[in-house]
Design a protein around this ligand. Structure first.
Ligand code: CA
Length: 235
């Protein structure tokens, strides 16, 4: 077995408000991560190219431009997870950020513990992207999904899913921890022309919850992001 040195985990915080930037920097450092702070879009782009970054925390309102443009730019060359911090609590802004390629968002004011939890989730995702890890067997709650056998069991008993339910489940699992917008999911399952039919998703999501959640009315894995989309949570 090859023993690899422990890699430094670096998080880039892009926030122009100095006090908020410092507050986040301290909390992330306290959690054991290396932190780089940028106060502008230009600076953030330089930092991202200069050193490996495992997760980025990005404020949308920056002095030299809109964070949405930065997300779109970064996504043309990097898969680094992006958590958006936004003072805008409009659903349309969250959707724009996610559609541009952000992985998650928090609305200001946010709790620092919530931010730490979201960062941990993205770091786990990054570790998987990095390893090219796409293990065929995934477990959540009492459900086991075997993507090689295309087989799902719950408490050991086989669960039958329709093709669309299965496709949706696999897509959500592949993006665990990430918020996927209605549009992104609809386009993936049914194609561009169905992008406005959010009610299709509600139906299939309720099927998945009934079949796979312990309590479908209080889902632990298939979570609704009101007005935005869905988030699948593994643990
Ligand atoms: Ca700002």
């Amino acid at each position: 077995m090859i023993d690899k040195p422990i890699e430094t985990v670096r998080i880039l915080v892009v926030e122009d408000q100095i006090d908020i930037a410092q507050f986040i920097e301290k909390a992330l450092q306290h959690a054991g991560w290396q932190v780089t702070v940028s106060h502008s879009m230009t600076q953030a782009q330089i930092e991202l190219k200069r050193q490996t970054t495992q997760t980025m925390v990005l404020d949308l309102g920056l002095p030299d431009g809109d964070g949405l443009d930065l997300i779109a730019n970064i996504r043309t060359w990097s898969q680094t997870p992006i958590i958006v911090l936004s003072a805008r609590d409009q659903e349309s802004d969250k959707i724009k950020a996610l559609d541009a390629g952000a992985d998650d968002y928090l609305t200001k004011p946010f709790s620092i513990n919530e931010l730490l939890a979201r960062v941990r989730t993205q770091l786990r995702r990054w570790a998987q992207i990095d390893k090219g890890d796409d293990a065929p067997v995934v477990q959540f709650g009492s459900v086991v999904l075997d993507r090689q056998q295309q087989r799902i069991t719950r408490d050991g008993a086989v669960v039958h899913l329709t093709q669309i339910e299965y496709q949706l489940l696999c897509h959500l699992v592949a993006h665990a921890g990430q918020v996927l917008t209605h549009q992104q999911l609809l386009k993936y399952i049914w194609g561009q022309s169905y992008a406005e039919n959010a009610h299709y998703l509600r139906i299939y999501m309720s099927h998945l919850r009934k079949k796979l959640e312990r309590n479908p009315t209080q889902p632990e894995h298939f979570l609704t992001e009101t007005g935005v989309g869905y988030r699948f949570v593994l643990e």
